[in-house]
Write a protein that binds this ligand. Structure first.
Ligand code: PMP
Ligand code: GLU
Length: 397
């Protein structure tokens, strides 16, 4: 008897998590695997944040929390949005959730009806498309490529919007490409949104603190579209708190309230200890995360210089996040003995089994000619990984 719903049968497993799992399985068998599949900072959570969590435990913050989050957390987020991003979300427009992933599914469930179109500039983060499909929305991808640094143009956007468009969802800085839009580029896109008031804009800014080129600009700070922009952020990346699970949104009040309704039925409020820790993290001077940002920049530069030496791969110069997304289609059709590489997934499996480096195939991000390397790891490991990749690729014929 198959008890599974059609909904879950259609759902793909998260490819980032799947590749990390395969890497770990090989590791458990005693193989020395380098895991550059999952996007997870290797740093420890800052001590002052850990201290706040310990205090919260001792002060017995052990009860259910208000569904949108503690009042002082919502105030801290509202203040952070204004201070760092020039965004004007009142505490009543903010909802804290169990990770940004949870925030995004809340928003999708709260707004997307079956048949509604959701525009995703490709490459897009792996879970966006599955979340939309889970909700019976229609994914409309906008193709970009490495030549234009994976950026969409206003003309392209104009063409993609139809009367059925409900949402435009993107990450900036972008996972998987590291692409970061400038203020000027976002203002140009906003001109198109101004003409299309039926489109809700969802800007996922979880990599805000990991940005290297120019100042981070939030599209929701443009007054004419502010009242229909949802800004997503969280603690996972910037504060190295992936396991703590805290994400949040600033949203139009009706959307925020709808997310609270959904969350109230599904998970209730986010973890109490994490919320208390998040308050001190968000209130701190953003300069506290600068050392991590600087380390990511050094790693990016190292990885770029090493990857330039890997034949038949093309890379961009990512302005943020901690991913490199090389074009690798030259290797399709090549073989290693009996093993034929037909696509990026085959190449990733080959690099895992032959080179012992776990990476993520681009197809999961809507870009089948690419693979993703996460460089949230030490410089020594990055050197070792690229040497392994180079050697394994050189053995393909
Ligand atoms: N958005 C993007 C673009 C991501 O890369 C991730 C991965 N962590 C998330 C959202 C989800 O983050 P969280 O850990 O807060 O759920
Ligand atoms: N967002 C990270 C990634 O893209 C973590 C894994 C996940 O949540 O999918 O690798």
């Amino acid at each position: 008897m198959n008890f599974l719903s059609n909904r879950v049968e259609k759902l793909a497993e998260s490819e980032t998590l799947a590749m990390a799992r395969l890497g770990n399985e090989l590791k458990e068998k005693g193989v020395n695997v380098i895991n550059m599949s999952i996007g997870e900072p290797d740093f420890a959570t800052p001590d002052f944040v850990k201290l706040a969590a310990k205090e919260a435990i001792d002060k017995n913050f052990s009860y259910y929390t208000p569904v949108p989050g503690y009042k002082d957390l919502l105030e801290a987020i509202s203040h952070k949005f204004k201070r760092d991003n020039n965004l004007n979300y009142k505490p009543s427009q903010i909802v804290a959730s169990t990770g940004a992933k949870h925030s995004i599914i809340n928003v999708v469930m709260a707004t997307v009806n079956p048949g509604d179109e959701v525009i995703l500039p490709a490459p897009y983060w792996v879970s966006y498309s599955e979340m939309v499909m889970l909700n019976e929305g229609v994914v409309v991808t906008m193709e970009t490529d490495i030549k234009s640094d994976f950026k969409i143009t206003p003309a392209q956007l104009e063409k993609a919007i139809t009367p059925k468009t409900k949402m435009f969802l993107f990450s900036n800085p972008c996972n998987p490409t590291g692409t970061m839009y400038t203020e000027k580029e976002l203002r140009a896109l906003a001109e198109v949104f101004k003409k299309n008031p039926h489109v809700l804009i969802v800007s996922d800014e979880i990599y805000e603190h990991i940005s290297f080129e120019g100042k981070m600009f939030s599209i929701g700070s443009i007054p004419e579209i502010a009242d229909r922009t949802v800004t997503v952020n969280g603690l996972s990346k910037g504060f190295a708190m992936t396991g703590w699970r805290l994400g949040y949104i600033g949203a139009p009040e009706a959307v925020a309230k709808a997310c609270v309704k959904i969350q109230g039925q599904f998970t209730s409020g986010a973890n109490s200890i994490t919320q208390k820790a998040a308050i001190v993290a968000l209130k701190a001077d953003p300069a506290v995360v600068k050392p991590m940002q600087e380390a990511f920049l050094r790693r990016r530069d190292l990885l770029i210089s090493l990857m330039k030496e890997v034949p038949h791969t093309t890379i961009n110069n990512p302005g943020g996040a901690f991913y490199l997304f090389p074009e690798i289609s030259h290797y399709f059709g090549k073989r290693h003995g009996e093993n034929v590489i037909n696509n990026a997934k085959d190449l990733c499996m080959y690099l895992l089994n032959q080179g012992h480096v776990a990476l993520t195939p681009g197809g999961a991000f809507g870009a089948p000619n690419y693979i993703r390397l996460s460089y949230a790891t030490s410089e020594d490991i990055i050197r070792d990984a690229v040497a392994r990749i180079k050697k394994a690729l050189s053995e393909l014929q």
